[in-house]
Design a protein around this ligand. Sequence first.
Ligand code: PMP
Length: 407
Amino acid sequence: MQNFDVNKIRQDFPILSKMVNGKTLVYFDNAATTQKPLPVIEKLIHYYTNLNSNVHRGVHYLSEAVSKEYEDTRKLIQNFIYARSPNEIIFTRGTTESINLVASSYGRTNIKEGDEVLITHMEHHSNIVPWQLLCEEKGAKLKVVPITDDGELMLSEYDKLINEKTKFVSVVHISNSLGTVNPIKKIIEKAHRYNIPVLVDAAQSIQHSNINVQELDCDFLAFSGHKIYGPTGIGILYGKKELLEKMPPYQGGGDMILSVTFEKTLFNTIPYKFEAGTPHIAGVLGLSEAIKYIQEIGIENIASYESEVLKYATEAISEIKEVKIIGTAKEKSSILSFVIDGIHPHDIGTFLDRDGVAIRTGHHCTEPIMRRFNVPATSRASFAFYNLKEEVDVFVKSLRNVIKLFS
Ligand code: PMP
């Protein structure tokens, strides 16, 4: 790995040297949200100190300056995910809003009674509920691709489920509770054979892998800023221009219009048609710094270091006979979910917290997966490129102590 110095990187994340319960914080809850590097934090201060004003609305210095940075960020994201045009990049509140936008705008226009929407058993609630609401409203059916005991998609079942009634496929790239990396290129190719558009939920993949929307040929892609080292409350929806142009607005309000009379409103062009109201300007500027920061480190360096940490942690907890890993797919990324017979995940999480180790416990907004594996909840450690193997050692030692305590 060229120029990858984890100790130097850690100095950019002030929170990582925080003491929690008398111990140095070990932050293994990166799938829930990532920590922010100094350039992101400083940008937020800079914005509110020097630039604060509304975008697209003023002719004065501040408004013009901030509007430029706002639109430059759109271009940065366009290049980051290799979209054809900045107009294909829509600022939203996050993955959840991006998916709701598509389900509501594309879905309501194109899905009719008797149609089918295809998702998978490993979706986050954000990629289940919006489709469920749509299907209920339209009298359409939600179909679900099953998964194996290792937490891999059953592609042969996908082949069987997809048919002329299928009108949309929405699929997660990397599962937030199993860590499975799905073969989305294959999934997209198959759907396109039937002319079915595909949305990729990239909430857990944008921070770990190189995403090229043109190469994938996905029709929509959604991700959240806060999972890629940027602020909360800001996210992205990528959509192919020809689809976005045909879709009706998602919300009405300022900025999304060309002209309004009481009789009729003419809508703005994309992407503004989908950005009603004052946006999260600070969030956009902060996200821009986050993306520049990870580009500087290199997403390939990040992916390769994180897979080393995942391998190290997987091997270490596999040596504990009481631990059962949930999610053992061949292709995994940065997420280690597990259960221990006789100890509730919440107890594991609480005891680990006493040692300063932050993991997540619960259903991770994927209740169908918990039911599939017949567990009420799991404990989940999730890694980022600023984590250390030494931190994995602290986590494993703490886990062994919890087991001792309960036995
Ligand atoms: N999809 C996946 C796979 C996720 O992990 C998450 C966040 N846990 C979401 C969607 C929703 O993201 P957000 O809450 O940022 O909208």
